[in-house]
Design a protein around this ligand. Structure first.
Ligand code: PTJ
Length: 251
């Protein structure tokens, strides 16, 4: 039991979720390493959603609202940390939820499916019952995708992703949105749009933006996407991290 008064309460709560998800078979063992890496970058960005990230989240909401077939891809870490938010966002956007794992085993898929269902998810794609299509250029199990979901999607949200799939999906002409605390990762650089924020803060903020923007006129939404430059936004996030080091060094 973590006391709410603990100065690192939120961080410890996330760690608890990650450890429990590992014990229940949702999280890959490497998922714990990925989480630790994320925590390090989160420290540097000040453990808050920056204005820069907020711009990316706003453009993400616009892209998902305008999408014809939006898909939210879930892996072990996403399920562990933000299941309720994924389900809520899918409802607001009428988006599909698809399980897509790097360390894929039928047992993990089943456990994640059950967890999502227990939390109220509707249809879940990417289970073992489908006749998968293959995304060219991905040799890992991430290349196995649902014909109704990712294969036909125009906009895909891929939180905590690996670079290979992002690159391959972008090459097929899809608009790929990553959530990655590391602005220097291959995923962050190759995605069409990257949110440099902790998934635990980015998802509630994205839900809020989606609710606010969903009735706006399409031209207004398109402008939000057109005015967004991913590489510039990544550079700004990196500058925030570098400034936090420089500020400390001044004292
Ligand atoms: O569940 P699976 O089998 O699909 O496996 C998932 C992992 C995460 C193990 C796999 O995709 C992987 O190895 O990912 P990477 O290459 O370690 O990349 C994860 C990225 O997510 C890193 O750049 C981290 O900085 C970032 N990250 C970690 N935790 C968070 C995060 N970004 C946002 N929010 C977080 N909470």
């Amino acid at each position: 039991m973590i006391p709410e008064s603990h100065p690192r309460y939120k961080s410890l709560l996330s760690r608890d979720k990650i450890v429990n998800a590992y014990k229940s078979g949702i999280l890959a063992d490497s998922g714990m390493i990925a989480h630790g890496r994320g925590e390090a970058f989160d420290y540097l960005i000040g453990e808050k959603t920056t204005e820069t990230a907020e711009k990316a989240i706003e453009a993400t909401a616009a892209a998902l609202i305008l999408a014809k077939n939006p898909v939210i891809s879930v892996n072990g870490n996403t399920t562990a940390l933000v299941t309720e938010h994924v389900i809520k966002l899918a409802e607001i956007l009428d988006a599909k939820i698809e399980i897509n794992l790097f360390y894929r085993t039928p047992e993990r898929v089943k456990t994640i499916y059950k967890f999502l269902k227990e939390h109220g998810a509707g249809e879940i794609l990417g289970t073992e019952n489908e006749n998968f299509k293959h995304i060219e250029g991905i040799d890992s199990p991430r290349g196995k995708v649902s014909p109704e979901g990712m294969y036909n999607a125009d906009v895909i949200l891929v939180p905590l992703e690996d670079g290979d799939r992002t690159e391959a999906l972008v090459k097929t002409g899809k608009f790929v949105i990553a959530v990655d605390l590391n602005p220097l990762s291959r995923t962050a650089k190759t995605a069409s749009l990257t949110i440099v924020d902790n998934i635990t803060r980015a998802m509630p903020c994205l839900i809020d933006k989606a609710n606010k923007l969903k009735d706006k006129n399409p031209d207004e939404l398109k402008k939000l996407i057109d005015n967004f430059n991913n590489i510039n936004n990544l550079k700004k996030s990196l500058k925030i991290m570098l400034n936090s080091i420089n500020e400390f060094d001044k004292d």
